[in-house]
Design a protein around this ligand. Structure first.
Ligand SMILES: Nc1ncnc2c1ncn2[C@@H]1O[C@H](COP(=O)(O)OP(=O)(O)OP(=O)(O)O)[C@@H](O)[C@H]1O
Ligand SMILES: C[C@@](O)(CCO)CC(=O)[O-]
Ligand SMILES: [Mg+2]
Length: 401
């Protein structure tokens, strides 16, 4: 039994969501909340008929299993066609995957999972063929809330599958972590990122690629038209994240903005253009601050103003929500600025926490937000991207320890 594992972080978007799908710049950073995937590759059984592919999703608390023979029959494939090149999922293959999913009873209340399941079946069978195995997924991220859970799912899944295929290798440990997690070299990260993007396409429809890029490479990045610039940030900004717990779906929100853009093309082009300028300014402030060319309070004031402007433009795009407005009003009472992060429509909101804000005030803000039944997270911004654990990692009850 071969065991390996991977973990990939969620993200926040400081500026530019939605507009980035239409070619504007955006700024995003990894956060220290992870999705972990572990994989046990089973030996090819003597009893062919008993071989299965199992998926254990810890967060929704559901397990799925497919006989390998059935996968071969429906997908008309056995061998993986080569993991070194990421390929898109063809409409025919997506239709075959949908047939495999119809054979499972997914509870109506959890039907949103089917997009993630399709991405899983596509990535697994494309990278490893129809080999028997057991994949376990667990996550710190709220699903469907704007913190990039779909990207962390696709990146950690691609990472573990490519490691098992022997295509991606670990390059060394992470100091102080002691958990067996290791970093991955640049070329391998590029390959993981390309596969994860194909998975995101199944979940999102038309992703810009920013979420999988920041989850793969970590750190803080500027992203524009598929081009990624690493932002050096010596003094990472402090953000409070509030999950409104209002469920939404990125694919539908992205499609809604595109429809508005086709109805009002000139007006929306101006909105996207304004967002582009905001993101460019945010990225240069982050870099100036890293070079100590700007005082921290002045940096925070500028960022707060830009976040406020970006939120106004996201309202113009039609992706705010009454729960988001409640967070904005609540934090404004404490003179704090907030904006939605990710696709909006509910989900998570970012609040900039100035360095000078006392812990006492911060705790009051959190208490007031939580009195609305929202859930707050204090996160570290700008950390590592994908990490893998290859042999030597112990596997216990589905968790890598
Ligand atoms: N841990 C997980 N287990 C199973 N499926 C998951 C997991 N994480 C994400 N998914 C899949 O991703 C979908 C959520 O993706 P979606 O893009 O709508 O939200 P998000 O990625 O959390 O937010 P955003 O795209 O705005 O950052 C879920 O409905 C599910 O299909
Ligand atoms: C809404 C969006 O801009 C960010 C979602 O985190 C979609 C995308 O860029 O793929
Ligand atoms: Mg997503």
């Amino acid at each position: 039994m071969e065991v390996c594992a991977a973990r990939a972080p969620g993200k926040i978007i400081l500026a530019g969501e939605h507009a980035v799908v239409h070619g504007s710049a955006a700024v995003a950073a990894a956060i220290d909340l992870y999705t972990r995937c572990s994989l046990c590759l089973m030996p090819l059984a003597d009893d062919e008929a008993a071989a299965t592919l199992e998926l254990d999703l810890k967060d929704p608390g559901l397990t799925f299993s497919w006989p390998c023979g059935r996968l071969r029959e429906v997908l008309l494939t056995d061998e993986a066609a080569g993991a070194r090149e990421a390929r898109p999922c063809s409409p025919d293959r997506l239709a075959s995957i949908a047939r495999l999913l119809e054979e499972h009873e997914i509870p109506e209340a959890k039907i949103w999972l089917s997009a993630g399941l399709s991405a899983f079946l596509f990535l697994y069978t494309s990278i490893l063929g129809c080999r028997p195995g057991k994949v376990t997924v667990s996550s710190d991220l709220p699903m469907g809330s704007g913190l990039g859970s779909s990207a962390a799912f696709c990146v950690s899944m691609s990472g573990v599958l490519l490691t098992a295929a022997g295509v991606v290798t670990a390059v060394g440990g992470i100091s102080g972590e002691g958990m067996g997690w290791e970093l991955v070299g640049k070329d391998d990260l590029e390959l993981v990122n390309r596969w994860a993007f194909q998975g995101e396409k199944i979940i999102h429809g038309k992703p810009s690629g920013i979420d999988n890029a920041v989850s793969t490479f970590g750190s803080m990045i500027k992203f524009k038209k598929g081009e990624l610039t690493n932002l050096k940030s010596s003094n990472p900004v402090k953000m409070l994240i509030t999950d409104t717990r209002v469920g939404r779906n990125t694919k539908a929100l992205v499609a809604g903005v595109s429809e508005r853009a086709s109805r009002h093309s000139d007006a929306m082009a101006s909105v996207f253009n304004a967002v582009n300028s905001i993101s460019e300014e945010v990225s240069s402030i982050v870099e100036l601050a890293a070079n100590d060319e700007i005082a921290i309070t002045s940096k925070e004031e500028k960022l707060a103003e830009l976040m406020e402007m970006n939120q106004g433009l996201l309202q113009c795009m039609g992706v705010s929500h009454s729960s988001i407005e409640t967070v904005l009003r609540t934090t404004l009472k404490f003179n704090l600025v907030s904006k939605l992060t990710g696709a909006g429509g509910g989900g998570c909101v970012l609040t900039l926490i100035p360095t000078m804000l006392s812990n006492l005030v911060l705790e009051k803000v959190i208490a007031e937000l939580e009195s609305h039944s929202f859930r707050c997270f204090k996160v570290e911004v700008g950390g590592q991207g994908l990490q893998v654990c290859q042999g030597g990692c112990s596997y216990f009850n589905g968790d890598v320890v």
